[in-house]
Design a protein around this ligand. Sequence first.
Ligand code: AHR
Length: 496
Amino acid sequence: MAARIALDPAFVVADVDPRLFGSFVEHLGRCVYTGIYEPDHPEADPDGFRKDVADLVRALDVPIVRYPGGNFVSGYRWEDGVGPRGQRPTRLDLAWRSIETNEVGTDDFMAWCATVGTAPMLAVNLGTRGVEAARDLVEYCNHPGGTYWSDLRASNGNRQPHGVKVWCLGNEMDGPWQIGHKTAEEYGRLAVETAKAMRWVDPDIELIACGSSHHRMPTFGSWEATVLEHCYEHVDYVSVHAYYEQRPADRGSFLACAMDMDGMIEDVLASVDYARARGKHRKRINLSFDEWNVWYMSRRAEEPVWTQRPRLIEDRYSLVDAVVVGNLLISLLRHADRVRIACLAQLVNVIAPILTEPGGAAWRQSTYHPFALTSRYGRGTVLRTVVDGPRYETSWFGDTPLLDAVAVRHDDPDELTVFAVNRDQHEAQPVDLDVRGFGGLTVVEHTTLSGDDPDAVNTADDPERVAPRVLGRYPVDGGRVTVSLPALSWNMLRLR
Ligand code: AHR
């Protein structure tokens, strides 16, 4: 029997904040050096940024990019990265045990953002530093002029303020691996005092407090509630981070890990809303899911230490991983009312949709495709999407739906897009789409990411091995159409 999805234009979840399609550039491995920046590369622009990479980033359509970390930021002195390149210090980066030359810093990143057409989202160091360094950085970036830090920015070639709107108050401060790890009480106090000072410099900024690093942290839930007891009125978002990988011989569970993302979002919101009720606050705090992806942490091998631009965490993504990434995007869209910012971690080389070779090619991993298409067609209004269909058993989730989907409506042009995954590894699944509430529609495009080899990956020599295929257009008869979703697939149906 076919699964059924009934959609109605009146059942609206929320408008999508385009920042849901953000990404992340960290000083980690080769994300910055030989990733976005490689001055000796034949494709380098006059600022040293790779034009081939910039083209791929532009086509990915990421409206906001988080920088400079990640764990890196918790040991970072931002002042090291501004001013004449030749005078910038080389330092030990304790987070990734690498050598950081500071060839790229805040002003350079701003120039790159302008080149690729994205907005910066900066994290401040609340590991080894605190209120003063954070408020100085806001002054450096956003104050118009006539003060020490804003004039320094101007003398470094940037008369106009950078106007950075979104700021992260540290990174994963609940994690023992973090430089300057803190208890919830310690972090909550530091976050509120830093937030106050940063906003006194620029009242228009938006601030993100650190939530839990992952769902299984021992302090998950209580961390958010305690931190917000201190800083609820001073922040706008709480961060959420989640990474997923396939455990040996359990592809069925991995394919459904968007269920964990759904649960995590709902659990964090429960803590956030508890803090709201407890503190008798009026405003609502939303979520910034500012690190998410597939990450094969269990495959991490011995890594080089104290080298420049080491090859760290350069996961190769398969078709299965791309289907999962597409499904995680469905989960984010489903929660568009409360998840307003999200960042695919990361953008280039490090657990990334784009890979490069130093001096060589740049190409798209399998995961690039569902991200690019969802970013392009997933903006508009999310509709409540209930999938009634077959189920299967998984060891992580027990009784699990075989299909997952979300629908987004757009005004201009007037279109409805349905993103859907089929988690069945062997069989195509028919889906009966009921769109009677919309008037006459046609399925103008069914694009799928599927194939014979779930483990296929894209390489520099075969960069299109995993790529989307257009299956066709179908008429919609009396407001209903049955579409077949290939086995183990991510799909996009555009109706007009
Ligand atoms: O994205 C890689 C790392 O994952 C980040 O530096 C850290 O915040 C997280 O643990």
